[in-house]
Design a protein. Sequence first.
Length: 344
Amino acid sequence: TVRLFPRVGVAGASQTLGIVRHRAPHLHHAYSCNCQQGRRCSQKATNERQDAVSDVAEISKETPAGEAAASPSAETTQASSADAASAADVPDVDQAPKLNEPLILWKAQSLAKEFEETEKLVAYSAAAVGGGMGLAFLGIAAFTPPNWFMGGVVLAVFQVRLGHTWMTRLMQAHARRHVTELTCTRDSNGNDVTLSIKFDGGLSRTLNLTSTAVAKDAEPPIKDIFGQGASFIYFDHKLGRSENSQAFEELLQSEYVVASESVDVTPFSDEAQNDAEKTVQHFKKLSRSHLEKISKSDPSPQAALAQLVRFAQSSAAVLTLGGAFMFVAGRNAPLPSSASSADT
């Protein structure tokens, strides 16, 4: 597991590594390797040093006084050889995992298939609603003045188009709050965090988080945005899971605030770029009061798409059956002219 907000800063850790590497190479080797390999390397270096000291002691006993001056250099040479042999197996510090590497905290399955099916069913429902209204107007055509009839047809077409546009916008909004990937990167200074969030619907956000010491009172922490802003961001645990549960939970409980935000959105095929940018809510512009007014019981994007399909199909069924009934009743009703002529 990896801690998202470690207690020791990056600068302090780097300084500690530098001191250990400079003063005790075999300790640096034991720190960089895993525990078992570190113990073996340390024991190897200690044995080699002891062997070197023993060899020097034996040579000093057998060597005359004139040659005794050369023994320190021999000891130094053998100790250096032992250090070089032990250092040959030591990996460089740069090969150790870096603290500021991107860390994937969340991955989820995309809702692209569900979105396509919902879009198709909504389009079929809109066509059924238009057909039902057409049948209704055909049923009352014989009893309605031409001007009123044309005005009603225009209003019916506008209503069908408006309803289809409204449901399409709802589909796009639900798709763009479904998180498919969340990546966290800690800056080199150890104080700021950068979040890269990918959503369905061609939306991606880059959030630069900072501590609450420099934040305003109205700015909500990231835990409130993730916890109360279900209308804008949703982690569906049925479709995804956390790659690092400990760091993910720390992020959900973090008091960090959004210092800056970058939003990149790709419009849908029938959507303009300006409309796509206007419909996306920026987290930087959210306030505590805004989050308190948002409903906290919003369903998941997948469940919301299913509800939208049921609403579209039920509306289409009611309006189609009503239009067919009015068509049959209007065709069987006597015309006003025939009824007046019969009275005369």
